[in-house]
Write a protein that binds this ligand. Structure first.
Ligand code: NAP
Length: 448
């Protein structure tokens, strides 16, 4: 009975598990889905914005897979020095790494690390109650914020900065983040792209949502949009980009309404430096005006513009993190692979696979992980006859994990966390509210 470990319980890991137990080629496959956290679902729990309840409800589909009798969730298990990839390969017939891209890309400009400058991933982790999140207060004393980058994460953080309490109260946002955002004095959020509107990475549905926020208006300067040669006639653009341009064009035509909060969508400005105030904290961003280079990129003009801000969120994409004992390509931030088979020194490493962002880089929406996992599962099944576990093939790998010092949180433990979160919410007069720290999560999981 082949026993396979999937490392990571986000969408790519769960879709991989689903593919492995749902196929008919290799009978009786068993899958353990391991996660460093005691909670499953990866970025669906800790990345999808709390007000995106429909996307969050995908957890129900992922749950059905993790509750399959051939699948076992083992949370709180970290692959690292005590439990390296080589050890996993002794315990399992094959291992599929679905560990995502946990770090953020750097801007590489002076002032990037000033107090008050955060990666969007730090901010997202905070309002999502990730147990490793930093509690910095983020918006305290902030009236103006800048979000650098025009992808969907930038849209998420911009929207969360503009949201009011009535819209956040029904979400599972942790108490401290909700209280802080409730007291927020943020009035202006500038979301800034280094290229033009036709090259922005956000999707139209997410973009449009900004226009529907209560007490908030979206301001776009027609002249800045018109720097884009495709603005005047977007018909040559692919449908998704054309729709984005049309939405932006609509906003540019609207006069300001004097709403309580303003979202300024800016283009053709690339960050040159984050500026410090007298208190040593970030006070703004110096941007260089760019113009189209005729090849889809943008080039500097030598003209500069400063936007004052007490909070800067750098939202320029995620990046994979190397795992000791696994090969890593620094330039792409991914594990080298061939159709999902891990490559060590350009050779296939038997029994080791990747899927999701650590395989293809941090792009695409949740559903993109389905075909990605499918390809990896097909490779693994092709290889299945040759995958023989080293040593104790008849032993349950769980005993090996425990012998290596792991104390896995199994499905019952996760269900106990869910119950504790429901109870926490009830006490606050809200729906389920997330527990934001390790102690609380492990305490709930282990019944203390
Ligand atoms: P992204 O889509 O790759 O966008 C990154 C943005 O940062 C781009 O605008 C990029 O501009 C800009 N950028 C990169 N380096 C820069 C630099 N040095 N200076 C200034 N700007 C820079 O990344 P993301 O927003 O983190 O999203 C990651 C993935 O998750 C995406 O596939 C996204 O669609 C997905 N996601 C989806 C949702 C949703 O469906 N609701 C929500 C969140 C995330 P250039 O284009 O010029 O490089």
């Amino acid at each position: 009975m082949p026993h396979i470990a999937v490392v990571g319980s986000g969408p790519s890991g769960v879709y991989t598990a689903q593919g492995l137990v749902g196929q008919g080629r290799v009978p009786d496959v068993r899958v353990d889905v391991l996660d460093r956290l005691p909670c499953p679902y990866g970025l669906v729990r800790y990345g999808v914005a709390p007000d995106h309840e429909k996307i969050k409800s995908l957890q129900n589909n992922l749950r059905a897979v993790l509750e399959d009798e051939r699948v076992r969730f083992l949370g709180g298990v970290e692959i690292g020095p005590a439990l390296p990839p080589a050890k996993l390969l002794e315990l399992y017939d094959a291992v599929v790494y679905c560990v995502g891209a946990a770090a953020d890309r750097r801007l590489g400009v002076p002032g990037e690390d000033l107090p008050g400058s955060w990666s969007a991933t730090d901010f997202v982790a905070w309002y999502s109650a990730h147990p490793d999140a930093i509690e910095s207060g983020f918006v305290r004393g902030v009236r103006t914020a800048v979000a650098i980058g025009v992808g969907n994460v930038s849209v998420d953080v911009t929207r969360m900065l503009a949201r009011g309490v009535p819209e956040l109260l029904p979400t599972d946002m942790p108490r401290a983040a909700l209280d802080t955002l409730a007291a927020s004095e943020v009035r202006d959020v500038h979301m800034v792209g280094r290229r033009g509107p036709s090259q922005a990475r956000f999707t139209t549905k997410e973009l449009r949502e900004l226009g529907g926020l209560p007490d908030t208006e979206v301001l776009v300067d027609e002249r800045e949009l018109a720097l884009d040669p495709l603005y005047a006639d977007p018909s040559a653009l692919p449908a998704a980009q054309r729709r984005n341009v049309e939405v932006l064009r609509g906003w540019a035509a609207e006069p300001p309404r004097g709403a309580r909060r303003r979202i300024h969508l800016r283009f053709y400005l690339r960050p040159a430096e984050l500026l410090a105030g007298d208190d040593g904290r970030v006070a703004g961003v110096r941007f260089e005006r760019t113009r189209p280079d005729g090849h889809g990129g943008a080039t500097g003009t030598g003209l500069f513009e400063e936007i004052g801000a007490e909070l800067v969120l750098r939202s320029v994409g995620y990046r994979g993190v190397p795992m000791e004992g696994l090969p890593f390509d620094e330039s792409s931030g991914t594990v080298p692979h061939e159709a999902g088979r891990v490559l060590r020194d350009a050779r296939v490493a038997p029994g080791e696979y990747v899927a999701g962002w650590i395989k293809r880089g941090p792009t695409g929406v949740i559903g993109t992980n389905r075909p990605c996992a499918k390809e990896t599962v097909a490779s693994l099944l092709d290889d299945a006859p040759a995958l023989v576990r080293g040593g104790g093939a008849t032993r349950d790998p769980l005993s090996g994990l425990i012998a290596a010092g792991a104390r896995p949180v199994q499905w019952d433990g996760w269900r106990a966390i869910e119950r504790a979160e429901a109870e926490l919410g009830r006490g606050l007069g809200r729906g389920s509210v997330k527990i934001p720290d390790w102690e609380g999560l492990l305490g709930a999981a282990r019944g203390s």
